[in-house]
Ligand binder design. Structure first.
Ligand code: AGP
Length: 587
């Protein structure tokens, strides 16, 4: 969701350039608008712009904004349209404030402040906090008291950073259920994540929920939820959390797709799972959202077939509302690339409250919130994933889950080692995939079909296409098509089938025949043997042969390429698709 940053300059240093640099790193969290506020000589100034960060940068260039202490924001709109007027920072006479999260009781607070004569000018929930702080200052309270009173009045999730005209050397921050780090280095900084301030800070403190902190030029003081001073542990910023740019690629997404063989190799190397984690486990529960949920769906096939442990996979955002029962001896896996998806964290919270189940997290971002919420953490070694559409983190999640499923089988672990090379071969097929993208680029809707282990990959392929090309796409279990979705098929609805030559080949081939009888645009991802047996009327993309358990990893790759090239041909912003954000920290 939104990204926030704050930097304190050394001496008279103007921090605007550094804040913009940080916002560039945070833009993956939202790009509906951006803004910056600085304090200089006891005076607050701000600039804001609707749309992507480049609009703000253009404004800053023509307005010469300068300040020694500043805060910045990149917004993913929740309350209020994506306009300049609703862009953060919110500013009153003496306070400028940026926020990530949702203030749930903002209507009551707004009503109360309006009764006191305060006037609101935006549609946001955040403005109540800035106005609340202003009212406290007007009452004669210090900024610290103002913050303390505001935090006890507010309900919801937040990471705040505020600057005050009367305290021009300080940034005040608070956190509850939205991520926030305080960085120590050449500058003192705060940010939604460590990567945004990695140029300035080599060490960070991850604030706990309820924490409040005051940051000055050389120091940071931390307070717990009772406003008692506390010490918080410093962590070294991991090199892995620093993104190295797009390199030779036009988009981060393409770079990340291409990085998969090495990401998979590294993830295999770092995830030799000890079979002891399964001791006494009689059930597995997987919690995740979006693409990570699809990884969980694949794992269910592996866990049930090879570990013979009953496995449930749950959409984390739904899980806790139906009061689920967690049996004794359940092992829970929470899967999340970002490690900060609030739906997944809340589902985990439910597990904690209602059971003694052991929780293992699978995350890509080191030291993210999930690492503190779980009993064990397995990292996917995919490196920073910037593209909003998850690619290499997904296949790396599958690798970690495979390492768990096959932790007792040297044979399969050995076969897993062949996956990166097969993915390299699949990546070389990009020239074959471009014409397929040309064929589906005008479609109003697309259908993805897969059976067994490839059913979740059909779901994932469809998600990739809709996320970045805005073509409506749905994945179905191939056998389920005849129970309804078949009604959608005509010549203008491409049917994309995943059909390796395995024991279910004939069944999926029949589904393909049925689709072909109703529409002319049938595209099949298969292998050499399958290709020989499928009708000539279908378009075939031939993938390498691989151990049949690992086809979900391999078949993900060309579907990512297909989504990428389709979005590219349609002229969409591949790395920053509309309405989305990489990290979803609101419910
Ligand atoms: C993936 O392409 C999506 N952008 C999205 O579905 C994502 O997987 C989901 O929001 C979960 O994120 P997480 O893995 O960081 O928890």
């Amino acid at each position: 969701m939104c990204g926030i940053i704050g930097i304190i300059g050394k001496g008279n240093e103007n921090v605007v350039g550094k804040i913009i640099h940080g916002l560039e790193k945070l833009e993956y969290r939202g790009y509906d608008s951006a803004g910056i506020a600085v304090v200089c000589d006891g005076k607050l100034s701000r600039l804001r712009a609707a749309g992507k960060l480049r609009n703000l940068i253009a404004k800053i260039e023509s307005n010469k904004l300068s300040g020694t202490v500043g805060i910045g924001h990149t917004r993913w709109a929740t309350h209020g349209k994506a306009t300049e007027n609703n862009a953060h920072p919110m500013m009153t006479k003496d306070v400028a404030l940026v926020h990530n999260g949702i203030i749930e009781n903002y209507r009551e607070l707004k009503f109360e402040l309006q009764k006191d004569g305060y006037v609101f000018s935006t549609e946001t929930d955040t403005e109540v906090v800035a106005v609340f702080l202003q009212r406290e200052i007007d009452k004669g309270n210090s900024p610290r008291e103002a913050f303390k009173n505001a935090l006890s009045a507010i309900e919801g999730s937040y990471a705040f950073a505020a600057i005050f005209s009367m305290l021009p050397e300080t940034i005040m921050v608070a956190k509850n259920r939205s991520p926030l780090v305080v960085g120590f280095g050449s500058n003192m900084c705060i940010a939604s994540d460590a990567s945004a301030i990695s140029a300035e800070c080599k060490e960070v403190v991850y604030l706990n929920d309820g924490d409040y902190a005051e940051i000055t030029e050389n120091n940071a003081s931390f307070f717990d939820k009772n406003f008692q001073p506390v010490m918080r542990k410093r962590f070294t910023v991991s090199e892995d959390s620093i993104d190295s740019g797009k390199g030779e690629y036009a988009h981060f997404m393409l770079k990340e797709i291409m990085e998969q063989p090495s990401a998979i190799r590294k993830t295999i190397l770092h995830n030799r799972i000890n079979a002891d984690i399964l001791n006494g486990v009689s059930r597995i529960l997987i919690l995740a959202c979006g693409t990570s949920y699809h990884a969980g769906l694949v794992a269910r096939y592996w866990f049930e077939k090879f570990l013979r442990i009953p496995t449930n996979v749950e959409i984390a955002s739904e899980y806790r509302y139906r009061s689920p029962i967690i049996e004794d001896n359940t092992l829970v896996f929470a899967i999340t690339q970002s490690g900060e998806t609030i739906d997944t964290l809340e589902a985990l919270e439910y597990v904690r409250k209602h059971s003694n189940a052991k929780v293992a997290a699978i995350a890509n971002v080191k030291n993210s919130a999930i690492s503190r919420a779980a009993d064990m953490i397995f990292y996917t070694e995919a490196g920073v994933e910037v593209g909003v559409a998850s690619t290499k983190a997904f296949t790396a999640q599958l690798v970690v889950l495979a390492a768990v499923a096959f932790c007792k089988s040297e044979f399969f672990l050995q076969e897993l080692q062949n996956v990166p090379t097969a993915c390299e071969e699949a990546l070389r097929l990009f020239e074959n995939i471009k014409p397929v993208a040309e064929r589906i680029k005008e479609a109003r809707s697309a259908i993805y079909l897969g059976r067994d282990l490839l059913y979740p990959i059909a779901l994932e392929g469809a998600l990739k296409l809709k996320e970045i090309s805005y073509i409506h796409a749905e994945g179905f279990a191939a056998g389920e098509m005849k129970h309804g979705p078949i009604a959608l098929i005509d010549d203008n609805v491409p049917v994309i089938c995943l059909c390796p030559h395995n024991e279910l080949f004939e069944k999926t081939a029949s589904n393909i025949a049925v689709a072909l009888a109703r529409g002319k645009n049938v595209i099949v991802f298969t292998d050499a043997e399958g290709s020989k047996l499928l009708p000539d009327e279908v378009t075939k993309i031939i993938l390498p042969n691989i151990c049949s358990e690992f086809v979900p990893i391999l078949y993900s790759v060309p579907l990512q390429l297909l989504a990428y090239y389709t979005a590219l041909i349609r002229g969409e912003d591949v790395d920053k698709p509309r309405n989305l954000a990489k990290s979803v920290t609101v419910e």
